[in-house]
Design a protein around this ligand. Sequence first.
Ligand code: NAP
Length: 308
Amino acid sequence: MMGQVYDRVALIGLGLIASSMGHAMKKWGLAGQITGHAKTAETRAAALELGFCDEVSATASEAVQGADLVVLAVPVGAMGGVAAEIAPHLKPGATVTDVGSVKQAVIEAVGPHLPANVHFVPGHPLAGTEHSGPRSGFPTLFVNRWTLLTPQGADPAAVARLRALWEGMGANVEEMEAGHHDLVLAVTSHTPHLIAYTMVGVADHLRRVTESEVIKYSAAGFRDFTRIAASDPTMWRDVFLTNREATLDILGRFTEELFTLQRAIRMGDGAMLHDYFTRTRAIRRGIIEAGQDTAAPDFGRGAKEDEA
Ligand code: NAP
């Protein structure tokens, strides 16, 4: 594979995504030195113990000193505060990126704080699991998955270097406009998560009527919903608060479709339902053909695809 891409990397936030990046950079020799910072001492200690950081700092501003690449890997709602804190301590010429699931809101929250002499290249790896925290990461999380960069006119050399890092971690990289990213993700990830949360909520209400049957006879459909609905509450709260417009747009369309299906069921319109399900089956086949139907190889850790 390729050699070292950055000399010094700072990971701010040391959860699933940052720990996977740290493990991947170590595995493939992509970074000279990795410094980490997370809110709690417990997480920082775990990062050292697991070895995906060479050193950790008690503050974000200390962690970014001398870093060639700074990765903001905190919940979307915390990005702006972290950016304000680190801004005066960034090395001139450094690249700042993030891994947030929403792009427009992160650009608005982070961009204004950054000095003109650093390159801001926002990003989003479409890879994840329902697990969180520093112990949930693994080096192959990004292999054969997409990472979307939304550089908004950033220096092409800085973008190319960040692209090389993601490719070194096994990802396929594409550039996209931030607003378009947010709409695409509202369709492919954010609204489906909301629907899963809703369905599990419905079953929870029903459970009071059917007692434990919902759990006992939990079939594949509902089981899959519960897995998705187990995703980190803070992260998902922030996704919906910050990708509001696109999610509401897609939810509106979803509701219209749902009414159409509801009417077909009420009217006993079997032909309509059959046609509809035939079309949706074709979409599933397209995903399988594109090789995006399984999670990255995880060496038996049992992770499932659940990217935001
Ligand atoms: P996670 O496992 O829940 O970890 C979040 C980390 O951020 C923790 O280490 C936490 O520290 C730290 N943190 C939170 N607020 C902080 C602050 N103000 N200052 C410093 N550190 C702070 O999160 P994740 O799943 O890796 O997600 C990180 C980002 O990646 C999010 O923006 C999310 O939208 C995005 N993302 C997630 C997925 C996914 O499927 N999980 C996929 C793609 C992108 P403590 O542990 O000390 O509290």
